[in-house]
Design a protein around this ligand. Sequence first.
Ligand SMILES: Cc1cc2nc3c(=O)[nH]c(=O)nc-3n(C[C@H](O)[C@H](O)[C@H](O)COP(=O)(O)OP(=O)(O)OC[C@H]3O[C@@H](n4cnc5c(N)ncnc54)[C@H](O)[C@@H]3O)c2cc1C
Length: 415
Amino acid sequence: MIENTHSKSTLESSVWDVVVVGGGMVGATVALGLAKSGFEVLMLERQAPDLNWDENAPMQTRVSALTRASEHILKNLGAWTGIQNRRYHAFTDMHVWESISDAQVHFASKEINEPNLGYVVENQVIQAALWEEIISHENVHVAVGHALTGLVLSLDHASLELDASIEIKAKLVVGADGAFSKTRDMVGIAIEEHDYNQCAVVGCVKTELPNQDTCWQRYQPDGPFAYLAMQDSWSSIAWYLPTEKMQWALSLSDNAFAEAIAEASAYKLGNVIEVADRTAFPLVRRHAGHYVKPHFALVGDAAHTIHPQAGQGVNLGLLDAAALVETLSQARQESDKDWSRLSVLRRYERWRRGDNAIVQRSMEGFDWLFKQENTFKNEIRKRVLPLADQAVPIKNWLMGQALKGRGVLPELAQV
Ligand SMILES: Cc1cc2nc3c(=O)[nH]c(=O)nc-3n(C[C@H](O)[C@H](O)[C@H](O)COP(=O)(O)OP(=O)(O)OC[C@H]3O[C@@H](n4cnc5c(N)ncnc54)[C@H](O)[C@@H]3O)c2cc1C
């Protein structure tokens, strides 16, 4: 357990280089990356993760499929060992098919000479591995459990108020406080939202047949269903349903849930023989109008949320984190004092905002093509999926883009 050892006087004693609000996967990556680049960082988090690892602990409901770019970021920051010491699973193949025509596309890592197509890792494992590195780094201080009660940006710094009684000053505040970001609201950055009218039911299940280290995704008119390969015939599921079916799905008994999951997957891995905890989220695309203001920057879900069907959310967030670390470090090398000025922060925004928007929009394409049943779309799907499966160079290019990232990659995301 991480104890909160910072007194009011310690927190108020100096002007911090950077205060990161939110110590989730993305905030912790920013904090660690900046600390390793020599910045003095304070990370604020509502609730510390448990760093003790119990290998018999049940699988967590929230997992992420990490790309190669994310693997490199976590390796370059020294957090990958903490993941390896806990639990993770490499997947080598991805099988996508649709329920109406059974048309399919198969992606295999061996076709692009890669050992795998990524890793399925529990979110708490990723966060704990980052925190383990953070707490042993002298440049990061962690304060847990404070309420953020104020945030004001002025000409030469940002001021935060905690618990309506502690005043903190920073050259830069990074809002990494998730989709419902309070920092984003406090500095007056508007978001554009689109409700998918869909929810994702997530959890882990054990299946009769082994998952073959493969992620299986079946598109059906209600939304996709996915098995993400984990250890010992366990898979994480993402079952997308119209929002009005969310309570129904959560209220099913274990047996009825197991049967519904097996049916949604067309019994691809046989029956479901065990189910762990499950939860559900309504899905909303959000994009902040700006990522930066003077002495302020947004990263991760605080800046953007996307449909999780392609498993890109945290991968985009980790790229934001790596790009912000690189932009600030370069600016500090150019001019020691002015690294947090708006023109520098805009470089980060230009680097990441357009790229995130492209990925968000490409999810809309999938949504349009697969969501409803009508003759025209059925026909397109029936023709496009087999074509995509046979067009090997295009398929390999798509795999490379999804795995390694697109555009100019930050150094931390490279080997
Ligand atoms: C169903 C589903 C499946 C997904 N699957 C994938 C996947 O396979 N691959 C993928 O890349 N992404 C996936 N995602 C997206 C991914 O989960 C998110 O993009 C990721 O969790 C965002 O991380 P974050 O650190 O930006 O935000 P969060 O994880 O929301 O972390 C924010 C942190 O800030 C803290 N916080 C909030 N407010 C305050 C405050 N006032 N003071 C202090 N701390 C605060 C919170 O406690 C939290 O720890 C999925 C999402 C969903 C909904």
